[in-house]
Structures are given as C-alpha cells and as structure tokens.
Design a protein. Structure first.
Length: 255
C-alpha cells in the first residue's frame, strides 16, 4: 500500500520524509516498547519505495537514538530515556535505584598514572590510581567511566569496591570504609559520537550519539577527592539541571 503521506514532488528526500513518518508513528504509540518494527520489505511495500530508502530512513532514526537495531532480532523503539537530576550526592547506583533499576559495575582495569591536568584538579602531586569501568543498568551497558584519585588518600579501595558480584556503590564504600560523605563539586557535559572503543564497550555502532561528562567530587569538607570522566549512551538518559525548587511538571519543558 502506497502511503499518501510521501510527497514525491517535494524538495525533501523520500528517506527523510519516511523517517519523519515513522517517528510520528512511534510517538503516537503505534509501536509500543518491545514491539518489533516492520521489516525493510514491509515498510517498502507499505510506502511504495525501495528497501534502500527504508534503510536510509531507519539509519537516520537509529543515529538519533529514536530506534535501536538488534542484530539477528530486528528493529525496535529505543528505550525511554531516564531523567537524571544533578543532586549534590553523586551516586549512580542510588539514582538508578530511585527509578526502580539495578546498577552494576564491571571493573576493566586499575593503573597507576601521572596526569598533570588531573593532579591539578585533585590538588596533589602524588601519582594517581586510575579506575576504568563500565556501568550497567539492568544488564545493559550505560556508561564507560574513568575515575582518578590520589592513591594515598584511599588505600586499598580495590578491596572494597566494586564488590565481587559487581553491585555496590562507590558512594557507600567511601562512607562505610573511609568515613567520607562524597559530594559533587562540578560537572561539565557535552554531546559527541561514539568512537571504536565506546562502541565496543557500550554495544553501539561507531558514530552513535553519546553524552560525555567530566567533573570533580569532593569530601564533605570540600577537599578534592575524585575526578570522573564518563561517556554514556545517548539513547538511555537525559539530565535535568534544577535551578529552583519547582514542581517537575513546570520544570520539565524549560530550557
């Protein structure tokens, strides 16, 4: 069936028109979460176009994080993004639990390094312990994260975190074993696209949208303690900066 919504006399490319139509159908709830979208051939028959046009339309939606392609399974609506509010207490595990989700940490490596920029951020001349890790939410990779710290300030941290079963919060480990109440110092965010390393660990394609964040965490006394850099999947999260204590229904649409 040829869709009346495709205008072959328009100056807009057919694949772009088709991507807008499919996105509108997704927003209207025609394809609920977990529902497989029609195949390339099915879309091609429905709209009277060739499969290359459909593929270009779906590729565009995938790049924007509107849909996700699962190898060997098909194409599905992308999961609803979780809204993360920048609370003073920087606990990823606790934030996910507040949304009814389970966070896990897979430690990739720990190295001792020298990095003058990070040492300046942490106000130390000591060599740094650098933790590289992946954070999962409900068994899906969410962020590729690096944490630097003055190794003399947190001796034997690796024996306390992450736990052998990959659960547990760094915030909790610092409180329970070192008496430190971690506080967020600052965060800087920017958008980017996944490189080959991001793609490998986050299970996305090269060029996939990602949200990059870096910043400083301090002790309850304001002493610099951790510097963190994180690359997160752009289809999984959005961040809210709350400037006033206003109801969510009023704050959500603002810019």
């Amino acid at each position: 069936m040829r869709s009346p919504h495709l205008n072959r006399h328009s100056g807009t490319a057919l694949y772009r028109q088709l991507s807008e139509i499919i996105e509108a159908r997704l927003k209207a709830g025609e394809f609920p979460q977990g529902t497989r979208l029609p195949s390339l051939l099915e879309f091609a028959d429905e709209y009277g176009v060739n499969r290359l046009t459909v593929r270009e339309a779906l590729d565009e939606l995938a790049r924007r994080g509107v849909i996700e392609v699962r190898q060997g399974t098909g194409t599905f609506p992308a999961p609803t993004k979780v809204r993360l509010e920048l609370a003073p207490v920087p606990s990823f595990t606790h934030s996910m639990a507040a949304h009814g989700m389970s966070a896990q940490t897979r430690l990739l490596e720990v190295r001792t390094v020298t990095d003058k920029r990070i040492q300046a951020e942490l106000d130390t001349t000591e060599r740094l312990a650098r933790y590289s890790l992946i954070r999962y939410v409900d068994d899906v990779p969410w962020t590729l994260t690096t944490i630097w710290m003055d190794r003399t300030r947190l001796p034997r941290l690796k024996s306390h975190w992450p736990s052998p079963d990959t659960t547990g919060s760094l915030f909790d480990a610092l409180r329970d074993h070192y008496g430190i109440e971690l506080r967020r110092g600052y965060r800087t965010y920017w958008s980017d696209v996944a490189d080959s390393r991001d793609a490998e660990y986050l299970d996305v394609s090269v060029g996939f949208p990602v949200l990059v964040c870096e910043g400083l965490d301090t002790t309850q006394d304001g002493e610099p303690l951790l510097f963190t850099a994180s690359t997160g999947r752009g289809d999984r999260m959005k961040v809210t900066f709350r400037y006033q204590d206003v109801p969510t229904s009023r704050a959500e649409p603002g810019t």
